[in-house]
Design a binder for this molecule. Sequence first.
Ligand code: 3NM
Length: 337
Amino acid sequence: MKIYRLIDANINRVSEGLRILEDIARFVLENKALSKDIREMRHIVRKSFTNHSLLIFRDSQNDIGLNISQNSRLDAKKAVSDLISANFKRVQEGLRSIEEALKILGYFNESKIYEALRFKSYDLEKKFSIRKTLPDTDIYGILGEEFSAGKSNIEITKEMIKANIKIIQYREKNKSKCDKLKDCQAIRKITSVNDVIFIVNDDIDIALAVKADGIHIGQKDMPIEIVKNIASDMIIGLSTHNQKQALEAVEKGADYIGVGPIFNTSTKKNLEKCDGLSFLKWVSENISIPFVAIGGIKESNIATVKKHGGKYFAMISELVGSENIVKKINLIRKKLY
Ligand code: 3NM
């Protein structure tokens, strides 16, 4: 009979996990379809034992797991993404337990229902992922008004989006905090509506204030471990200039790395030394996270960057300095495909 108690405990565990996931889908991700899928799953789990026959086996006060669980710090969560993965794990483990217990009791058909629910939960988990990866795209646009021949960052953002750019970084080295904040608030609105990833360079406070998708930092900025603590749900990009830095970035949990400078450029002050193309080639063969080539990339040399393993190409002056950004991006794409 204790096996029924095990099933009862796991039905509660699974239902509670699903309830948390349903709430995240509804209130955090604001995704109605996902929330509905989870709710349906929860109802199936609950209704498969409708006659409350399992209630008599419930003995949660005497559950030896309760004390352990209440004293444990192992389940401390830092971010919504941690909460999501912990609860999917809980749901999947619970479903597995029920599945096996039902088999012992000879309920093979019922056990299949729980197996199917477990597989469904793997699919749903993929849909839940909070944006932590770069979009599968080509050009990574970076803003900078001092290189834009008079156009504002807002105008440039709109032109980039018209050209189907899927990721835009705000990088201003000389503006006041207040001006940067105003710019970023406006750009966040435009990028959100157009489903474009918005990354802020350097200023974590601004990235957090405007709810950017990510933050990009350099080697001399705040250490990535600290940034990850502060901005745990954000995409974190780190500039790297040699193999050691690239390996360290992966180890410390960067979501992507900048690789450069590929060529000489006057856009960045105090440009780091880098064996551009051969470093990029090495990264393309040895680094498992996304990598963005940067530094002096133009329409005229982008094919060479691609030949050396480039997949994402970041550009400032070549894009923002163009009279017609859409036309420029189309010309660049012709060199890539
Ligand atoms: N970072 P442009 S090179 C911002 O090597 C930046 O990490 C670099 O500008 C790095 O496309 C660079 O105008 C400047 O050359 C890129």
